[in-house]
Design a protein around this ligand. Structure first.
Ligand code: BQF
Length: 291
């Protein structure tokens, strides 16, 4: 069993991005600029935005944060987006999800200029991804493909089972793994909350990608000996041993599943850090495309 070290790989990719940013700026090009919009004060969202800003700093990407109370109206938030769309210094921006209930995520994501949509959530960019056209790939699925590639994990002709069908992870993941491309070319099965005989299907997986959002959902008896297991889940649970009083766990019952795997991603330190790095890559790309 080999642990897929997302922290290590993300550090390598960050170094590559930092080198590229340094090369661009040495040529007198503009410093890439990522803006992040944060609505409300959900602690997890605060952490995610802080990690993104810190990662930008580490690689020489300029970042700016736009914070609003959860009482901001949908109309006001759409105006914020219009301003960022029109701001020539901003190469790309994200609106941290989830948003408060009174704001339509669909309306917000639709308003982001596809050229600045570094999360890859705009319908245009989702369509481009499905068609295999160049675009901003959603950060988590792109990070997972990067891990698979850098570990030299064989994918061609393999059975990849994706558990979860969200717009942000499960759906794009299934699309990417089934593409006719390097580090893809899988036969993909997508499972979700209504799937019957889930265990029968997960047991057939050469590559099992889990983004169901339920802590420790995948048990030892659901995983084939020698499978590659990618855990996208991230849950804060109480812990007596951690001095913070809590710890992070994934959608996979790691302690019992890991011994059966050829490769497995841990939580934390697996997929999460790669999500951040993919966002940096997209920001660099947005800046280069704008020239
Ligand atoms: C790690 C996210 C659910 C909903 C909205 C590193 C992150 C997480 C874990 C991180 C996530 C999850 C992000 C680790 C961004 C991933 O060391 O294991 C980084 O910052 N993420 C997000 O922006 O929105 C979410 C999960």
């Amino acid at each position: 069993m080999e642990i897929i070290d997302g922290k290590k790989i993300s550090a390598q990719v960050k170094q590559e991005i930092a080198d590229e940013v340094a090369r661009m700026t040495a040529e007198g090009k503009k410093v890439p600029h990522l803006a992040a919009v944060l609505v409300g004060n959900d602690p997890a969202s605060e952490t995610y935005v802080a990690s993104k800003v810190k990662a930008c700093q580490a690689v020489g990407i300029k970042s700016s944060e736009f914070r609003y109370g959860s009482d901001i109206s949908e109309e006001q938030l759409l105006e914020v987006i219009d301003r960022l769309n029109d701001d020539a210094d901003v190469d790309g921006f994200i609106v941290q999800l989830p948003l408060p209930k009174h704001i339509s995520e669909e309306k917000v994501l639709n308003r982001i200029s596809p050229d600045k949509d570094v999360d890859g959530f705009h319908p245009c960019n989702v369509g481009r991804m499905v068609l295999g056209l160049p675009t901003f790939l959603p950060a988590t699925p792109a990070g997972i493909v990067e891990l698979i590639a850098r570990y030299g994990i064989e994918t061609e002709g393999k059975h990849c089972v994706v558990v979860g069908r969200s717009n942000i992870v499960g759906t794009p993941m299934a699309v990417l793994m089934s593409r006719k491309a390097k580090h893809a070319n899988c036969t993909v099965t997508m499972c979700h909350s209504r799937t019957k005989n889930l265990k029968e299907i997960t047991l057939q997986a050469d590559i099992l990608i889990v983004a169901i959002g339920v802590p420790n959902f995948i048990k030892e008896d659901m995983v084939r000996e020698g499978a590659v297991v990618i855990d996208v889940g991230i849950h804060r649970v109480p812990s007596e041993t951690a001095k913070s009083g809590w710890k992070l766990i994934g959608d996979v019952d790691y302690d019992h599943v890991a011994p059966k795997c050829s490769y497995i991603t841990p939580v934390p330190g697996g997929v999460g850090p790669m999500t951040i790095v993919s966002l940096l890559k997209n920001t660099l790309l947005a800046c280069q495309k704008r020239g």
